[in-house]
Write a protein that binds this ligand. Sequence first.
Ligand code: SF4
Length: 575
Amino acid sequence: MRRYPKVVLTADRTLMSPYRGISLASFFGCAPALDFDRDHNSFLYHVLRNQVTPRVLFDFICNPIEHTNGYASYAPYGLRKVEAALIRDGYRREDIVVAHPDHVEKFIGPETEAIGTYEMDPLGMGPVTMTFTYGRKHMSYDEFYNRDLHLRINAAKARTGSKAKVIAGASGTWQYNYDPAKIEEYGLYGIVEGELGGIGPEIDGAAGPFFDALIAGEFDRANPFKKSQFKVEIKEFVRNDKTLHGRFIHYWNEPSIDEIPNIVNPSMHGMVEVMRGCGRGCKFCDVTLRPLRYYPVEKVQKEIEVNMKYGGLKNAWIHSDDIFVYGLNPRTTKNMQPNREAIEELFKGIMATGIEHTNPTHGTLAGAIADERLIPNVSKIIKSGPDNHIGIQCGFETGSIRLIGKYADRKLSPYRPDEWHWVVKNSIKTLNENYWVPAFTLIMGLNNDETPEDSWETIRLIHEIETEQPDSKFTTTPLTFVPIGLLEKSDFYDIGNTMDPAKLGVMYKTWQHNFKYGIQKFMSKVGRDNPIKDWFFAQLASTLGGVPLSAMEKFARRKGPEHERVIEKIKANYW
Ligand code: SF4
């Protein structure tokens, strides 16, 4: 009998935390961890050394997931899919371990053949992280803990003489193309990439054949003449006169719904998926490159039941690229008009499982109001109310009519780009009236095409909403542009070096909004019933909320009068 499993699957701490039950806090992994350039004579260095967000605070919020003898009790949904796919494809349950990151060493030994790491932002290059770390000038917690995981895996391999191949997968693996030195540093055997490089492949369609080929050594040497569903590419990178190599393994089949396995163990935050792909075609997004597929209600219910039965979960976090697209055919549906009946049936089926709370992860603002009965009807089904707010992430992207029309016109369908401001304002009203709270993301430096006038349009739009709807509830998170999707050939927006005054203004305004309208007014009132916890989180949030504002004011002083004038203008006219 084997003492060690054949396959170990794991993810770093930032992806394996319940974040104390606040699902939106999972963004906290993007926070800056270390500043290697801090002046050793500074006061901060004497207090915190290199730490930016104190580690003790981060570790408190990002509390480790539960486990049983090192087996993770909950795991990222994508990792659970790979586990389920391996079992479907003939691997025995005892051959696979989904390991808790703090106990991964226990499972690595001479008989371990493959270690799969699930990576969403391994090098801290995701849009949120790039914003918080000034374009990787600081090391983020995402990168810090991913690095920590790989170093520990390598130490365990060295200690036990394990020859296990470490393979990195999931949606963040594109980042290794931009910092290939990490491939060697982390001892990665291979990196799984989709057909277009930037998009994570849906490996759950062929997990068994993939791991079989990996273990059999078929990826060791690429044989271009052998027909295979996996293509091995040895990429060469030249960095600072050094030539680096990385083995990238591509897979490009998109499994049909029947080929996507159901999870067999509980997922993190009770996440279950209801669709893959999105037909809206925003140029800066890679999700839209995937064919659109919907889970039937029964398949969704089966996964929720796994989470309830084995994880004791009472909520279902519905992974949806645009929930308001669910059930429609973008080729034949005029103007992307939502299929209200299908969406209602989906949520009725979800609630019929007996869960107490559900919310979709993403949805478009235009989709939310395109059918005026949609949000009120769904709200009744999922029982939203003053004590049951429904959080949803929505792409606000930009206040610029020019940019939204140029890069995301179908995101607005059935409306026109010149109606964008009306769409934003009305959807906030409709969502809030039905106890939904949108968490907006904005893109700074979209395709490096954002002019100062575009930025001011964004600032003005946020301010207009605040003044016209003073009780509205929403948050705004600015993200820096990352070249993925149809814009993958573009350059990153370099926030650290090219933040012009107006873009600093967007960042300042969004944080001021979060601080004043989001955190101070709202945070303590949402979904908490413990007064001590309430008080603690309100204090924590308001302290943390003020930090970025002071940091930006300091940054403006350093940059010069033009940047300072923007801050003053916002304080005077848009506060
Ligand atoms: S609506 Fe969202 S998921 Fe769909 S293409 Fe646009 S950004 Fe991507």
